[in-house]
Ligand binder design. Sequence first.
Ligand code: MG
Ligand code: MG
Length: 268
Amino acid sequence: MITMKSAREIEIMRRSGKITSSVLAMLLRSAKPGMTLREVDRLAEKGIREQGGIPTFKGYRGFPASICASVNEVVVHGIPGDRVLRDGDILSIDIGTTFQKYVSDSAATVAIGTITAEAKRLLHVTQECLMLGIAAMQKGNRLSDIGHAVQRHAEKNGYGVVRALVGHGVGRSMHEEPQVPNWGRPGEGIILRPGLVLAIEPMITQGTYEVRSLTDGWTIVTADGKLAAHFEHTIALTEEGPRILTLRDHDFMELDVAPYRPKEELAA
Ligand code: MG
Ligand code: MG
């Protein structure tokens, strides 16, 4: 069942999202060569709690930390332990806050020190994929239009779109219906209506889209060991269009992505 949110609920989720986005922005600035992932996690938990939030991930199905910290070939769900960040790594940070019972969920991949031009391009294109997916979250569009927009951009750039993991509805629970795949044909699934709140989260790979799990039961890596990037926002669909509830101060809105309506494209 898909739970639509009222304006009041979206306002609470916006406040939840503000905690998530401000802490994520702080972590993206703070992560440096020589730091351990555990140190990044401690900063995250402190930041969330200082603002009156609860780290949603901590204890979620037994997850031991407040963030997922995924380095290089780790796609998602890396456990922040004693691994030390090195110059040239890319680090994906996934973070969630529960505030007044409502969850916000966001992720970004950041360069640690100096990274290669190829890695930079992967980060840039993955962030573009997210924004294009959001641009497809328009009233009257279909759910699969989002994934179609993501896949089209990723594959045009020679990248893989992870199939095994998807975005999701979000609200009182972190993972609500519907599932939001990052691939697919346009024009399928539910019609998008105001009150829908989704976490859209493309996971984009340099090589194959195939992934595998490590024996810790959490960590997901690319099957070929190549790099993966992950960007995620929590977005409410309003009468005025998609509203990013986890927008950061220096986010990517300068991309100026126009609303994407494949229905019109197909009809033209
Ligand atoms: Mg997330
Ligand atoms: Mg999510």
